[in-house]
Design a protein around this ligand. Structure first.
Ligand SMILES: C[S@@+](CC[C@H](N)C(=O)[O-])C[C@H]1O[C@@H](n2cnc3c(N)ncnc32)[C@H](O)[C@@H]1O
Length: 279
């Protein structure tokens, strides 16, 4: 970008083109980063296309655009990201919450309907997204959340403080079984990338998000097995799975004795949520 008297519209167009070479969402990225630089909402940019940018604003924006061009996710650059009704702190300590995980929360909330003070366990909580969204949208839920990563637990604690929501957060490895109980619901978005597939991931994910959040060794099965020890009879397990893993995970749940095993598609029609009821 040249610096001579550039308007907001010029800058946005150039940044979009530049980011479009490395990102499928170049225009959106450019807008989010510019809004962040100027301390404005993205929508406000559209009424201000002719406004000239100061050299300080340009320098600050250029720095963020360069980070994005090196594949750093927009969410990490912004330092916060929306998940359902919440805005959460996000950084490299934990996975960025994804839209498909909002459907996991949707399914979880359905199973809590009619329960005044259900006990809920979120396994592998990361930013705390699922646990906090459930606490937010089902007031009365008593939510516990665990993660093997001390850094993720620290970030989830920041998010509990930021949102003012009460969730019990524990550093805990599911390999040692699940803590507490009995629970009405166990929910998890576990790491589900096969170790051999790590190299095939987009650099935005592979080079920035924590590998402990991405790669797991049959964790959906480990969690489904362990959940049987802590779920109340009639309690539900809700799991997010990778694209193409729903059928096998549903079969695993069936084999472990879960009843009413069901899969739910994400917004693109891919089955990404598997659930069952402890009989
Ligand atoms: C895919 S991320 C999900 C984060 C968050 N729940 C979300 O949906 O955005 C998986 C999380 O599981 C945690 N994890 C990985 N292995 C674990 C284990 N053995 N026990 C507990 N948590 C684990 C990771 O640290 C990571 O935070």
């Amino acid at each position: 970008m040249s610096t001579a008297a550039l308007s907001l519209g010029d800058v946005l167009r150039r940044a979009s083109e530049h980011l479009g070479k490395t990102s499928e969402t170049g225009r959106l990225d450019a807008e989010l980063l510019l809004a962040h630089t100027l301390g404005r909402h993205r929508i406000e940019l559209y009424t201000d296309f002719d406004r000239p940018l100061s050299s300080q604003e340009l320098d600050a924006y250029r720095e963020l655009v360069a980070r994005r061009a090196r594949h750093e996710p927009v969410a990490y650059i912004l330092g916060e990201w929306g998940f359902r009704r919440l805005t959460l702190n996000v950084d490299r300590r934990a996975l960025i919450p994804r839209p498909e995980t909002e459907i996991v929360v949707e399914r979880a909330l359905l199973h809590l309907r009619g329960l005044d003070t259900p006990a809920v366990l979120d396994v592998g909580t990361g930013t705390g997204a699922i646990a906090l969204a459930i606490a937010d949208e089902h007031p009365g839920a008593r939510v516990t959340a665990i993660d093997v990563s001390a850094e993720a637990v620290a970030l989830a604690r920041e998010n509990a403080a930021r949102t003012g929501l009460a969730v019990e957060l524990l550093e805990h490895d599911v390999a040692g079984g699940l803590p507490g109980g009995p629970y009405d619901l166990v929910v998890s978005n576990p790491p589900y990338v096969e170790p051999s597939d790590l190299a095939t991931l987009m650099p935005d994910v592979r080079d920035y998000e924590p590998h402990v959040a991405l790669v797991g060794d049959r964790l959906p099965e480990v969690i489904a097995r362990a959940a049987l020890d802590v779920l109340r009879p009639g309690g539900h397990l809700v799991l997010e799975v990778g694209d193409g893993q729903a059928l096998a995970t549903a079969a695993t749940l069936g084999g472990l004795g879960y009843a009413d095993v069901k899969t739910t598609p994400d917004l693109t029609g891919r089955d990404r949520v598997v659930e069952g009821r402890r009989g």
